[in-house]
Design a protein around this ligand. Sequence first.
Ligand code: OOG
Ligand code: MG
Length: 270
Amino acid sequence: MQRAAAATDDGPMIDPSQIAEVLARAERDRQARSPFTDEHPDLDDATAYDAQWAGIKAKLDAGERLVGAKLGLTSRVKQQVMKVDAPLYGWVTSGMLLPYGEPVDLARFIHPRVEPEIAFLLARDVETPATVTSVLAATESVLAAVDVLDSRYADFRFRLPDVIADNASAGAFLLGPSAVPPAELEDLRLLGCVLRVDGEVVATAAGAATMGHPAASVAWLANRLAGRGEALRAGMLVFSGGLTEPVPLAAGTAVTAELEGLGSIEVYGR
Ligand code: OOG
Ligand code: MG
């Protein structure tokens, strides 16, 4: 009874800027919290995207630049591991890009995990409705990438609106050594990926893991953004989503993501 009354007093929604502030504090203090949907099961995706943008806007106001976007939960393996059955997106800012070849400073994160991805560097705006073909035509190059995830929720336990508000668990990103025009690669659906931890193979995948084609993820995002009056623009980097399950990045561990034709990225936690 009391619980129901409290939920009613709270109203059906919480304010996006409030959510953004709570998450910014969790990020700054490196203190994971419980998901908002525990207390607010009616939090919806649109409110969560408003909260996400409020968090990004605060980073931009603090001097960061918007460099692109990330897809999340575009592969079946990621949806199964995270127990959320729909894709989502987040935004990538300049402060999230880590220099190639340097150890990752673990003190920056709460509980980092890494996963291999294929990144797209856009030469042109992606027109909508977007398709695999139109995304490839707008792409300058593709690169190997590693997404360093760091959920602001304890144990990475969340529902879709929670992880939307948390900018798709974005922590940091590493890019591989070569930027290759898509026309110079074989079929991106068949592009092989091998993930190793301290030399041991822990997962393998192919480009088709993300929505059947990595460019299909990017097309999904372009179409999704159009519904909010936003777009993928020339010069943006788009991370198309984890190809394999993520692995924890611990001190002294070396995680290597090898993507066929795009080179390898070695990630060391320190
Ligand atoms: C959510 C973010 C998902 C991906 O590539 O699937 C993501 C998470 O796994 O915490 O970045
Ligand atoms: Mg990812």
